[in-house]
Design a protein around this ligand. Structure first.
Ligand code: AHG
Ligand code: MN
Ligand code: MN
Length: 337
């Protein structure tokens, strides 16, 4: 579709190409857009409306919640639970899955989300985001169980994120490529500005939290070491490094100019019995779907993320994603080891 069309028009026109589409999914997407616009507005107001800083509570992951973690979670829930398009919801900020209150009709979809990704950045005015993943609920399902949510990434109907940066952007896939929209605040609409986003296969930019270096496993040590050796090393070229600490911002950069993002398994995690840093169901899976749809690759280092059989709502996994050649190389180093 041409640049300049609104996201609303985009999804309605996409729906026309799907035989038997009832419009339920289109309506759900519209409700998600509204939620993301509300979040964009809150994030934008920040200290003006006293929403910065810690909430003084912890989420199920034992992480300190920011006030905005809670506010954005409430916005997602309040904007979506009444719509009749969902059979249930799950969020980083809610220990258990959320059933639709009895007074509202049920729909055929499930949504999982990270309402505010990169929330450690909020107090320093650096980009944050919202990530979401949409699954189909089993037929006739009124009260979804945990098992209903634990579907493989390959089962996703749609994945997207909103990036609250210098501009607010929404990036979306329904399995037919990746498109990026920019919020035009003058008219309150997301406008198609980045049609058919694709990730260059080659790159010279990596993103990893270097402070964990001493805990990394050998294949990751080898990969980064070779990048750091630059022109004089085995790669024969210089690499650049970035680390925003907001996965949404890192993935967006990679969709724009290529790169590799890694939050790998390490010895510190292993000692604590952790299986990774990022959460499979509402961070790794939706981002993997977007990255793969843009021609990139996403794995744990050892296996494709979207093929993993989920075991828990808040399950953590190692993540290596981005430009195909680099991700494949990291995977090869793991296999060789
Ligand atoms: P969240 O704010 O939703 O908990 O997620 C933060 C994640 C991810 O976005 C980012 O890549 C990573 O945590 C940053 O981790 P470090 O603080 O270890 O760098
Ligand atoms: Mn997150
Ligand atoms: Mn979060």
């Amino acid at each position: 579709m041409e640049k300049g069309v609104s996201l609303t028009q985009f999804i309605i026109e996409e729906q026309r190409h799907i035989q038997g589409a009832t419009g339920e999914f289109t309506s759900l997407l519209n409700d998600i857009l509204t939620a993301c616009k509300k979040i964009a507005s809150e994030v934008d107001q920040g200290p003006l409306i006293g929403i910065m800083g810690s909430a003084g509570s912890e989420n199920v992951q034992g992480e300190t919640q920011k006030k905005l973690d809670i506010i954005t979670n409430d916005i997602m829930v309040d904007s979506l639970q009444w719509t009749g398009h969902l059979a249930g919801m799950a969020s980083e900020e809610m220990e258990e899955l959320l059933q639709i209150p009895p007074e509202y009709p049920r729909g055929k979809y499930l949504i999982l989300f990270d309402p505010l990704d990169g929330s450690s950045n909020i107090d320093v005015n650096v980009s944050v985001g919202t990530i979401f993943s949409i699954l189909r609920a089993p037929e006739g399902c009124d009260h979804p169980t945990l098992e209903d949510f634990l579907q493989k990434g390959t089962e996703q109907v749609c994945a997207g994120y909103t990036l609250y940066g210098p501009t607010t952007m929404l990036v979306l896939t329904t399995g037919n490529g990746v498109n990026g929209f920019t919020l035009d605040r003058r008219i309150g609409e997301f406008i198609l500005t980045n049609p058919d986003m694709t990730i260059p296969e080659e790159t010279t930019e990596f993103a990893i939290n270097m402070s964990n270096q001493r805990f990394w496993e050998a294949p990751v040590q080898r990969y980064i070491d070779e990048c750091l050796k630059g022109k004089e090393g085995p790669r024969g070229k210089d690499f650049n490094m970035r680390w925003v600490a907001s996965m949404v911002a890192e993935v967006h950069r990679i969709l724009t100019r290529g790169g590799i993002f890694m939050y790998p398994m390490d010895e510190k995690m292993r000692a604590k019995g952790a299986t990774g840093k990022l959460r499979l169901m509402y961070e790794a899976n939706p981002m993997s779907y977007i990255v793969e749809q843009a021609g990139g690759m996403s794995c744990t280092g050892r296996e494709r993320i979207m093929d993993m059989e989920p075991t828990g709502l808040h399950q953590r996994v190692p993540v290596v994603l981005g430009s195909k050649e680099e991700v494949q190389r990291v995977m090869d180093y793991h296999n060789e080891a």
